[in-house]
Ligand binder design. Structure first.
Ligand SMILES: [Zn+2]
Length: 152
C-alpha cells in the first residue's frame, strides 16, 4: 500500500466538509444540492478511516445554532461589502436593495451553510489523528443504542 499523506489543514478540511479525523474522506454522499434530502445525506462512517459521522443520538441537533451564527455573520459581511462598494443613503432605496440582495444571498447559500455547520460541529467533537491508520475509530455502538433514540 502506498503511503498517501494528507496535509490538509483544519480550515480547508472543514470548509470542504471532510472527516475531521483523517481530513480526507468526505462527510456527505453527494455534492451540494438544492434537494434537501440529497444535500444532507451523510456517509454513516468515513469512507477513508471509518470514523462514524453521527457519534451519538441527536448529535446534529445543535447545528441549527451554528448555521444561525453563520447566517448572521454573512449578513454583517454583505452589509459591510455593500456599504463600501455601493453605499447606503437615507435619500434613496439602496438600503432596501441590500435587504433584497442579502435575502437572495442567504437563500442561495443555505444548502452549503447547513452542510458547513455539520462539518464544523463534528470537527469540535472529533479530533484530528494523523496516525489514524494505527488507531481504531471511536466505538459509538453504546452511544448509538437504538433503544435510546429520541431519548435526549
Ligand atoms: Zn476519516
Amino acid at each position: 500500500m502506498d503511503e498517501k499523506k494528507v496535509s490538509r489543514g483544519y480550515l480547508s478540511s472543514t470548509l470542504s466538509c471532510r472527516c475531521p479525523r483523517c481530513r480526507d474522506g468526505k462527510l456527505f454522499q453527494h455534492g451540494t444540492s438544492i434537494s434537501f434530502k440529497k444535500n444532507m445525506l451523510m456517509h454513516k462512517e468515513c469512507t477513508v478511516c471509518g470514523q462514524p459521522t453521527e457519534i451519538e443520538v441527536g448529535f446534529y441537533y445543535g447545528t441549527s445554532y451554528v448555521s444561525y451564527v453563520l447566517a448572521v455573520a454573512i449578513c454583517v459581511a454583505s452589509f459591510i461589502a455593500w456599504y463600501v462598494l455601493i453605499g447606503i443613503s437615507t435619500n434613496d432605496n439602496r438600503f432596501f436593495m441590500w435587504l433584497g440582495f442579502n435575502a437572495v444571498l442567504l437563500i442561495l447559500l443555505q444548502p452549503w451553510l447547513m452542510r458547513l455547520s455539520r462539518s464544523l460541529w463534528i470537527s469540535w467533537f472529533v479530533k484530528y489523528d494523523p496516525d489514524w491508520k494505527e488507531h481504531k475509530p471511536m466505538d459509538v455502538s453504546e452511544r448509538m443504542n437504538p433503544d435510546q433514540a429520541n431519548n435526549w
